[in-house]
Write a protein that binds this ligand. Structure first.
Ligand code: ATP
Ligand code: MG
Length: 283
């Protein structure tokens, strides 16, 4: 079967998490910083390390079969690719930001103003949808210093914590799009068995990340009370303990409401609660 190619960012914000995800999928490869291509020794796959801007086009044109890239880059390059899986990392949003002392208070105030950005296509679409006519200043980097230099009245840039905006005397003003890293593929490749296998591995790693394995001890009388609190993959496993009328309950809990659930379990009589990370969940 033909060896697949997956393109990931060579260096930058998505590199480390992309490599970690692929390694967690059980793929063995060397992460040489100097090489552009790295073969996987235990799966028919090669990893291409590229600038993130090039990834959507490489996938569209079939040079790579798969890619990991931020949604913002795909939208900006306007290529036609398939979204195969959201990956839950590289989360950020593209925002319009203005100086702390700006007199802009409404989106319509951007009419006739200039906005500096490295995302002219996405910003242009946003302005058109909102019927605003601004001048888009397409610059190639360090967008956040543009208002201070008098180069633009506002900026449109990626924000995660907002720290960079703050340290440049800027404040977020409007949300243009939110983004995270996604796995993309080429239209028409959906039935490829190797691609499906990889997607399944990725999904099992992501599922495991969202959950914790929990073991707790409880008196049999309190068992009905905690059953409602435990979703489990199917139903919890219940094992008798040496101490009469006590059982150990093994189950899986979603990470997102983890602490709320743990405290309800304690209130329901759970003791000796042990929480463990899960490596993979294969359904
Ligand atoms: P390359 O050299 O590959 O072109 P880059 O400088 O264009 O890299 P990075 O800054 O490494 O890109 O960001 C890669 C991606 O990380 C972004 O396209 C975006 O999807 C995501 N990201 C997450 N948080 C942020 C943030 N605060 N600022 C910029 N990008 C972010
Ligand atoms: Mg880039």
């Amino acid at each position: 079967m033909k060896t697949l190619k997956i393109a990931i960012q060579k260096s930058g914000r998505l590199n480390e998490k992309s490599v970690e995800l692929l390694k967690n999928c059980g793929l063995n490869f060397e992460n040489y910083k100097s090489s552009l291509i790295s073969p996987v020794s235990n799966f028919p796959l090669e990893i291409l390390f590229l600038r993130d801007d090039d990834i959507p086009e490489y996938v569209q044109d079939g040079i790579a079969d798969l890619g990991i890239v931020g949604e913002n880059v795909i939208q900006e390059t306007e290529v036609k690719v398939n979204y195969l899986q959201r990956l839950g990392f590289g989360k950020c949003s593209l925002k319009i930001a203005i100086s702390n002392n700006s007199d802009i208070t409404d989106l319509q105030h951007l009419n006739g103003k200039s906005i500096a950005t490295t995302y002219p296509a996405i910003l242009g679409k946003f302005l058109k949808e909102n019927k605003i006519q601004s001048e888009i200043r397409n610059i190639s980097g360090s967008v956040e210093i543009a208002p201070g230099l008098g180069l633009a009245d506002a900026i449109c840039d990626l924000v995660s914590t907002g720290g960079t905006l703050k340290s440049n005397g800027l404040k977020p003003f409007a949300d243009v799009m939110s983004s995270e890293a996604v796995l993309i593929g080429r239209n028409g490749d959906e039935d490829n068995i190797l691609i499906q296998e990889l997607i399944q591995r990725i999904q099992s790693v992501l599922r495991a990340k969202e959950t914790k394995y929990v073991v707790l001890n409880i008196h049999r009388d309190n068992l009905p009370k905690i059953m409602d609190l435990l979703p489990g993959v199917k139903s919890p496993t219940i094992v008798p303990l040496a101490e009469a009328d006590w059982v150990a309950v093994h189950t899986v809990i979603p990470e997102r409401d983890f602490w709320a659930r743990i405290s309800s379990l304690k209130q329901a009589g759970a003791e000796g609660i042990v929480v463990m990370p899960i490596e993979k969940i294969i359904l």
